[in-house]
Design a protein around this ligand. Structure first.
Ligand SMILES: [Zn+2]
Length: 156
């Protein structure tokens, strides 16, 4: 799933709770991918990372990139973010749902070393999912769903 789909889902979730949180929801929807993307870009260069994103397969990044990916794609991290947001203001806890939904979406659609270890560091359990880079229908199938969600959200 690309940044666009993650952002649109995150924004929709936040908007449902509070329309003023829409852009924060977009940000929290893409947030799990930002730290590993920055690290991968710093170590491997933008061209190699872009190749990985567009074509898949070029995933020989340093181990710490995968560890950061595992940390940011864990429901344990999501729970920590929920608690922090709850302590700041209860109204913003919807953003943790946007964050967590990113992980839910990644579980079935990532494979190789980027399979989502959603309970890391408790376990490395993961599903060898359908790669969106090899199965483009995964990305294309998102858009009718996203359009329907926004039609219902904005109809109210
Ligand atoms: Zn992700």
């Amino acid at each position: 799933m690309t940044f666009l789909e993650h952002g649109l889902y995150g924004g929709a979730i936040a908007y449902k709770f509070n329309p003023n949180l829409f852009w924060f929801g977009v940000a929290f929807g893409v947030l799990p991918d930002i730290p590993p993307l920055i690290l991968a870009t710093q170590t491997a260069g933008l061209r190699r990372v872009a190749k990985r994103i567009l074509k898949g397969g070029a995933d020989n990044f340093p181990e710490y990139v995968y560890k950061v990916y595992d940390i940011t794609h864990s429901f344990i991290t999501t729970a920590a973010i929920f608690i922090i947001l709850f302590l700041i203001t209860k109204d913003s806890t919807a953003l943790a749902i946007s964050y967590g939904f990113h992980i839910v979406c990644d579980i079935p659609f990532h494979n190789s070393r980027f399979s989502t270890r959603f309970l890391y560091p408790l376990t490395n359990f993961h599903i060898h999912g359908y790669s969106e880079t090899k199965h483009k229908w995964v990305i294309l199938a998102q858009y009718p769903v996203i359009i329907l969600i926004y039609v219902f959200l904005l109809k109210k």
